[in-house]
Design a protein around this ligand. Structure first.
Ligand SMILES: C[C@@](CO)(OP(=O)(O)O)[C@H](O)COP(=O)(O)OP(=O)(O)OC[C@H]1O[C@@H](n2ccc(N)nc2=O)[C@H](O)[C@@H]1O
Ligand SMILES: Nc1ncnc2c1ncn2[C@@H]1O[C@H](COP(=O)(O)OP(=O)(O)O)[C@@H](O)[C@H]1O
Length: 300
């Protein structure tokens, strides 16, 4: 199914940038350059930023509403557009606006998804027509999570985020809580107590004999030790369903799988948890997506 953008009165077209959750995340090794090898199910969810784009003929790339703490030239949307412009030599430019809703630095991949959405949308709008793998290779230069969003399907992800196998996941409603702490990813990966040798479960996950719901996020034990607020949020959410961290944090989530109950009931369960949230905590409900809305913007 192809996505048709809404266009506003100023000629900006709207493109969704969905978030992801790491249903589990194991560290299975380390590369010679120090980067860690992951094994993780990346699940797309319907919580999203909206990236607004308007093609320019003069080659300029202009961000119209940069975030206070992220200068325009370092914003991943601008960097993505520049990277594609340089790699393809197109003479077009683009005006960019972002409606930011996803928690920043929350382990939900918001910045990476914004960048992937720019690459996918400009692949169309600039008539670049690159194949998906070429866009994924380019996206990896911007961050380890970018290729996943260009891949556009729920996936078992390996390497540092560049090796993907599509995987079926069940319709699920998630409660996500956002502890008010900023977790520096390098400090978590660099912690001496991080477990770096979890055995690979790839085969059993693909065969469907291992259930992600009983697995863990290896980064979580390090993060909760450094940031007690993450532990408090996990503890509160665990009253209702098993709760765990996504990515390198700080967001934590619990899953209500629709097949376990009626779909409406899983949504109602998730809503009931959010309505009971203590006032010092913030969070939201989001549902699993089958695929990225812009999947058709690159060919396979
Ligand atoms: C763990 C994940 C899962 O999605 O977390 P989130 O970013 O979503 O929280 C990502 O792979 C995170 O990738 P990314 O967000 O690109 O990490 P960066 O900020 O670039 O990495 C910061 C630092 O963390 C370490 N790092 C990062 C990724 C990795 N696979 N191994 C590492 O050792 C490196 O020291 C790197 O310099
Ligand atoms: N468009 C963008 N949206 C969010 N963050 C961005 C963006 N561009 C650059 N960044 C930077 O990337 C960092 C990580 O962003 P984000 O993707 O939201 O977190 P995570 O990788 O934990 O999921 C932010 O703290 C910010 O400094």
């Amino acid at each position: 199914m192809s996505y048709t953008p809404l266009v506003d009165a100023e000629g900006f077209a709207a493109f969704p940038a969905p978030a992801k959750l790491n249903l589990f995340l194991h560290i299975v090794g380390r590369r010679a350059d120090g980067y860690h090898l992951l094994e993780s199910i990346f699940q797309l969810v319907d919580a999203h930023d909206t990236v607004w784009l308007r093609v320019r003929d003069d080659g300029q790339i202009v961000h119209h509403n940069p975030m206070p703490n992220v200068p325009a030239e370092t914003d991943l949307t601008v960097r993505a557009a520049k990277l594609l412009q340089t790699a393809t030599g197109v003479s077009y430019g683009v005006d960019i606006r972002v409606d930011k809703r996803l928690p920043m630095g929350g382990g939900m991949g918001g910045g990476s998804s914004d960048a992937a959405t720019v690459l996918l949308a400009l692949n169309r709008l600039w008539h670049v027509n690159w194949q998906r793998q070429a866009l994924m290779d380019l996206g990896l230069q911007l961050g380890a999570d970018v290729p996943f969003f260009i891949f556009g399907r729920n996936a078992l992800v390996e390497g540092i985020g560049e090796i993907m196998t599509p995987i079926e996941t069940e319709a699920t409603d998630f409660v996500v809580l956002h502890p008010p702490v900023h977790v520096p990813t390098p400090a978590i990966f660099g912690d001496p107590e991080l477990t770096r040798n979890t055995p690979s479960l790839k085969v059993s996950l693909l065969e469907g004999t291992a259930d992600w719901r009983v697995l863990r996020n290896d980064l979580e034990s390090v993060a909760v030790r450094k940031y007690p607020q993450i532990a408090q949020h996990i503890q509160w959410l665990s009253q209702y369903a098993p709760a765990r961290m996504t990515g390198s944090g700080s967001c934590v989530f619990a899953a209500f799988v629709a097949k376990d109950v009626e779909k409406n009931t899983s949504q109602n369960q998730a809503n009931a948890v959010i309505f009971g949230l203590p006032k010092e905590m913030s969070g939201f409900v989001t549902s699993s997506l089958q695929e990225h809305q812009l999947l058709g913007f690159a060919s396979d």
